[in-house]
Write a protein that binds this ligand. Structure first.
Ligand code: HPA
Length: 273
């Protein structure tokens, strides 16, 4: 039968047939934030299109391959490009690669994304460490039959982002002069950017940033016992006086400009792991 566990076994066997490793760190790079991949001494790069049961990414700015390589002297799996709910995949499909990483032995997952700022102290180009999230506006990837061998039916979500990793990241930011903001990421489906009223609502609800990824990957990672660390690059401001509009190009450009800070943070953080 074509169950989730069968699919995972097939995907994992395919990848293990290409490369053997004891890597325990996984990294998923967000929109316009793929350059970290260039810092990695790549051992193998597998296009998503070749991997059984992997969806294929369609968004500009996503290169779409699974890499194994070395970063800061540690072996890491890197997803260069991710899957989004707005592309038409189910929430389960969006998070499937995280389950694959779990099956491959990953224990710590680092995530990055581009997000809109709704905290009025934020500016474009800021890096925001995610200390919690709101995912009530998106579809939960754990809906449906629970796979007990992966995790429990009702996972605790009181520490979705590892406090210890957050502490390390703050120390790294301090000693490298990175102005690291902190806050709550609100997951939405997209693909529309939010209306002014929606940005305001998210702000009132306690969000500091809003984006179209990350929460599903986080939930699946927490479900299977991984530690997660995530940062947003603030690429646009939802709460603003000006009449300017938000475009995908502008988001990618802002992400690119802020990327060196993110790369440094991840490289240093990996040394701690
Ligand atoms: N809203 C949602 N997703 C985003 C945004 C935004 O303003 N910016 C980048 N991703």
């Amino acid at each position: 039968m074509f169950t989730l566990m069968n699919q995972l076994a097939e995907t994992t066997a395919f990848i293990k047939g290409k490369v053997q490793t004891d890597a325990t760190i996984g990294i998923i790079l967000g929109s316009g934030l793929g350059n970290l991949a260039q810092e990695i001494k790549t051992e193998i790069s597998i296009p998503y299109s070749e991997i059984p049961h992997f969806p294929v990414s369609t968004v500009e700015g996503h290169s779409g391959s699974l890499l194994l390589g070395e970063l800061s002297g540690k072996k890491v799996w890197v997803m260069s490009g991710r899957f989004h709910f707005y592309e038409g995949y189910s929430a389960q499909q969006v998070a499937y690669p995280v389950r694959v990483m779990h099956m491959l032995g990953v224990k710590v997952l680092l995530l990055s994304n581009a997000a809109g700022g709704v905290n009025t102290n934020f500016k474009v180009g800021d890096l925001m460490l995610i200390n919690d999230h709101i995912s009530l506006f998106t579809v939960n990837p754990l809906l449906g039959k629970n796979e007990e061998s992966l995790g429990t039916r009702f996972p605790d979500m009181s520490e979705p982002y590892c406090k210890k990793l957050i502490k390390y990241a703050k120390q790294i930011a301090l000693s490298n002069n990175i102005d690291l903001k902190e806050g709550v990421y609100t997951g939405v489906t997209g693909p529309t950017f939010e209306t002014r009223a929606e940005y305001k609502l998210i702000h009132v609800l306690g969000g500091d940033a809003v984006g179209m990824s990350t929460v599903q990957e986080n939930i699946v990672a927490v479900h299977c016992g991984m530690k997660v660390f995530a940062t947003s690059v603030i690429t646009d401001l939802g709460i603003r006086e000006e009449e300017n509009i938000i475009t995908h190009e502008e988001v990618l450009q802002a992400a690119k400009e802020a990327e060196p800070k993110l790369t440094l943070l991840f490289k240093e953080l990996v040394k701690y792991l």
